[in-house]
Write a protein of this length. Structure first.
Length: 87
């Protein structure tokens, strides 16, 4: 009965997965904010206030958070491979 749900849920989460997901969300918010703040340049309207430009900085922050999650995942995989090699 392979179609049934297993009784014990499998935990497939790696150590950096949460940081990568949070980084993607921050990056997406920053990307949308960047598009919104650049739009007045093409439309010829008044620019947005400074807060809009600060929100667009989340794009870079999201990239750094996601990169930290990837590096954390790589470090955990290296530790696991080292412990498997010595055992």
């Amino acid at each position: 009965m392979r179609s049934e749900t297993p009784a014990v849920p499998s935990d497939d989460r790696a150590p950096g997965d949460g940081l990568v997901k949070a980084g993607v969300v921050l990056f997406a918010i920053g990307a949308v904010a960047t598009l919104v703040t650049v739009a007045p340049l093409f439309l010829g309207t008044d620019p947005f206030p400074t807060v809009a430009y600060l929100v667009s900085m989340l794009m870079g922050v999201g990239f750094l958070v996601a990169a930290a999650g990837v590096l954390r995942s790589v470090a955990a995989q290296r530790r696991q491979a080292r412990s498997g090699r010595t055992a």
